[in-house]
Design a protein around this ligand. Sequence first.
Ligand SMILES: Cc1ncc(COP(=O)(O)O)c(C=O)c1O
Length: 376
Amino acid sequence: MQATETRVPFLDLACIHKQMAAELTDAFAGILAGGAYILGEPLERFENEFAIYQNTRYCVGVGNGLEALSLSLRALGVGPQDDVLVPANTFIATWLAVSQVGARPVPVEPDPDTHLVDAAALRKAQTAATKAVIVVHLYGQPAKMDDIVDFCKSEGLFLVEDAAQAHGAEFKGRRVGSFGEAGAFSFYPGKNLGALGDAGAVTTNSESLADALRLLRNYGSAVKYIHEKQGFNSRLDALQAAILSVKLKYLDAGNERRREIAQKYFSGLKAACGLKLPAVVEGAKHVFHLFVVRHRRRDELQKQLSEAGIQTIIHYPLPPHLQNAYRGNSYDCGPLPVAEQLAGEVLSLPMGPHLTDEQVDYTIAQVMRICNELGA
Ligand SMILES: Cc1ncc(COP(=O)(O)O)c(C=O)c1O
């Protein structure tokens, strides 16, 4: 049987990197010739650039997005005996960060339309031991931060933003990752701002938090071979930092293209039978890391799109509480019907600056055809 030719790749990083290949090669050559590969000037330069982009006072580069979250919690003093409120429908890293500091992730059901948690849901899930909240700007869409900031302030809870999917997203004109005590970013290659390997960062306006993070990421040391804390090895490589400095210049244009593609999907797919399009939060500047639709017959839709040469991905097929990693946990969180229903129905359509208008139009035409055949 002949394999179907891919006509619309979900993401094509090699294609995205082509337009900046000369600059990336120069950045690589500069690091190679410079001879310093850990910490140092290239990292500081990127940290400054990203802090300016975020409009935060500090940015601390770390090894990846998971450690951006776990080191933030650790630096805030979250640990055993503490509960941390987390969305029920996030990538497992959000939960793992909590578990890794010895605290307990307490799941919060998302809104079924936006797939995001809001202040009312956080309040409902709050326990006596809750010390912090991790809010996730899922798929690139900011959560309703004004209500969430008010809730955390009134309850005296730390607020950590998981902005791994939301570089450049804004809520009411302010960048996500600048609302809470800490904003955690992943620069995994497929993100809107991605390195050529693993990388992450924390943005913050707190000098003491930035200092604590700098210690924690570097064996608890500010002065070579003098160790204030039992730290970790979680530094953002100089090479990745130099690559990110190049790619940061292309982030806004890439996000604008994503928003343009999203508009095409919104208008082209509004009459698709049985298809639920994503709801956009008022005041949110969504950067569409993912364009996630819902369909009751999602698996059939995905299969037929694949036969038409269109790649799609499910983010995520199994919520954290149903993963073996969290089964049989001392804390049984019981059924989470909204997160479980979303996991059975969500489908991410191709999205990214690699897509041509023709590919987007073809995807729209195929989704329309298949949805109309499948019925409501
Ligand atoms: C919402 C969310 N949080 C955290 C992470 C973890 O980032 P990393 O893969 O860089 O550890 C990811 C990455 O996929 C993510 O999507």
